[in-house]
Design a protein around this ligand. Structure first.
Ligand SMILES: [Ca+2]
Ligand SMILES: [Ca+2]
Length: 316
């Protein structure tokens, strides 16, 4: 009887040991698998970084040869594809970059208060009084004095969320420090504003919202867009119209579609007043690397000033 009990105990103990060993083996395997996954993710990040770095070097070397503010025979092809992703297939996946023309946006360091007001009405859907007030606050933040740009009165800043900087914006998100600006308004106007460039808007690339804020007549905006798209009504194709100099704007547009007297006067005035340019000096470049098999991707963004080089760079 005792011998049977003892054999039973040994059997139970053995079974427990086998079960515990099995649990330990499963846990160990899971731990190893987890470590492998962490290691693979680390390798993916490294590969993505290298792909974006290679794209970054390629774009920088291309842009280093471009003259600022001028379209040449060599870079004309790139001006036709601004805003369109250029994709390179690799063994591991796909690399792409897109050039965003900062000079096609309103420079909040130079833009007059009424144009900023127009943009806030159009893009952030503000009423007239609200748009004037916030546009005034943006100008007061950046201009050197303490006078309210709308009333000329010395500002009483007590109670304001942020003090006036009285100096230019150095980064775009700094506009969130302006009294009355919030994340929602910022997200609505972000794509139309910049802190780079001499204030001339690139008429070859500006979005309709920017042209509207510049008080270009609506019919003329449609004619400019139609000229840029060409007869196939698509941008990025060979028939796209491109103004190669400011002097070409009025005659080229006039020969593509009939201009009214009001439209012609606006264009002549705007070119004389240096409201529009035809080329870019600053590009925001977004590089994207994707690994096909791993469902992993990473984006690197940098700002390139022609004749200046890279102003900032970020990766995520
Ligand atoms: Ca000020
Ligand atoms: Ca076209």
């Amino acid at each position: 009887m005792n011998s049977n009990n003892s054999r039973g105990s040994v059997l139970v103990l053995s079974l427990w040991s086998v079960t515990l060993l099995a649990i330990w083996a499963i846990a160990a395997a899971a731990g190893v698998q987890q470590r492998i996954r962490v290691y693979e993710r680390w390798l993916d990040r490294d590969r993505i970084h290298l792909m974006n770095d290679s794209m970054y070097k390629r774009v920088c070397s291309e842009l280093a040869a471009w003259p600022a503010g001028r379209i040449t025979r060599e870079n004309e092809r790139f001006y036709r594809t601004l805003g369109i992703p250029l994709v390179t297939e690799t063994e591991e996946g796909q690399s792409s970059y897109i050039l965003e023309d900062e000079t096609a946006k309103l420079n909040i360091n130079r833009c007059p208060v009424d144009i900023l007001k127009n943009l806030l009405r159009l893009a952030a859907h503000m009423d007239e009084a609200h748009a004037w007030s916030l546009a005034g606050a943006i100008v007061d933040y950046r201009d050197p004095d303490d006078l309210n740009v709308l009333t000329g009165v010395d500002q009483e800043r007590r109670g304001a969320r942020e003090p006036l900087k009285n100096a230019p914006f150095e980064l775009l998100p700094e506009v969130l420090n302006v009294d009355g600006m919030d994340k929602e308004f910022y997200s609505l106007i972000e794509k139309y504003i910049t802190i780079y460039g001499n204030g001339e808007i690139n008429i070859n690339r500006a979005e309709p919202e920017v042209l509207r804020a510049m008080e270009m007549p609506e019919g003329l905006i449609q004619k400019v867009i139609g000229y840029r798209e060409g007869s196939d009504h698509e941008v990025g194709t060979d028939d796209d119209g491109l103004f190669l100099s400011k002097e070409e704007i009025v005659p080229k547009l006039g020969s593509a579609s009939e201009l009214t007297e009001e439209e012609r006067s606006y264009l002549v005035w705007a070119v004389q007043q240096r409201k529009f340019g035809i080329a870019s000096s600053y590009f925001k470049v977004r590089c994207r690397a994707e690994l096909n098999a791993r469902n992993a991707e990473g984006v690197a963004t940098f700002l390139y000033g022609l004749g200046r080089g890279v102003e900032w760079w970020s990766e995520n």
